[in-house]
Write a protein that binds this ligand. Sequence first.
Ligand code: NAD
Length: 300
Amino acid sequence: MKQGKIAIIGAGAVGSTTAYALSLQKIVAEIILIDVDEKRCRGETLDLTDIYALSPSTHIRSGTMKDAEQSDIVIIAAGKRQEEGESRTNMFEQNKKVIKTICSQLIGIQKNAIVIMVTNPIDPLTLLAQNLLSISRNHIFGSGTILDSLRLRKYIGAALSVSPQSVSGVILGEHGDTQFAQWSSVQINGAPLCHFQLFDESKKKEIAEKVKKEAYEIIACKGATFFGVASCVALLCRAILYNEKIALPLSCFLQKENICISLPVILASDGIISYLPLSFNQEEDKCFEKSVHFIKQYQI
Ligand code: NAD
């Protein structure tokens, strides 16, 4: 069953690849690409509509912010991307302006719409969108550390020669340099990581560092990252459209600190429907605090 209408604001590498991932999954009736660069948007749309000839399920077109206001899901992937070696937070001032402009154009957004922030730095920009848009906070979240968590599972799986799908465990905190692996949550099909001798402190450190540095490495090699994040955003859209109630680390509101930060939550058609309890050991607690303090520096 296909349903719904998804607007993607920012038809660059991330936005157009997200449209591609969504159309291959055949989970949504209509995708609308919106970009200030109309020529690029037209090119990406035309390219994507070629899929329609093979698989006429998802209708893709270019549109305007009016279309975004009428959509069920609005994905924001507009703005500056990281240069080689640049941190995500370095783009804060520039992308803050982009998000303010976009939010000012979404005054008439549907009350029950869901907004997914993908633009970096995700955590302060998610809070900005929550403060500017007239919909509830649990309907606005950032893709957060879901991609980092998948990278963590990929590397643990490779080290142990098991499928990443048999690995559970998350990266939490900032989607950026102060993120941390919640090692105490890692399990291989239910077996805690402490049963695997290979995973001493130095192995854990090596893997957490690889995860943290992966985006930098991809950007150094090819200028941008988009396949991984696009697949993650498509997964989020499916969870919303099909009310899947899946547990994921997403950037969402932490009331006591007045910030958005990646926490383990449940995602369904009504957005973030609950927060899972945080269960940190002493070290993870310190890492979380560090991330909280770091994000707080970025005033919106
Ligand atoms: P890109 O340069 O390929 O595309 C960005 C697009 O945004 C451009 O086409 C530009 O014209 C458009 N844009 C700028 N201002 C706009 C506005 N006001 N309204 C509509 N469109 C506007 O960049 P990209 O590689 O697609 O990256 C986009 C963003 O996604 C960056 O901030 C990047 O850091 C972020 N990103 C996030 C993740 C993640 O895991 N969350 C991963 C990769 C990239």
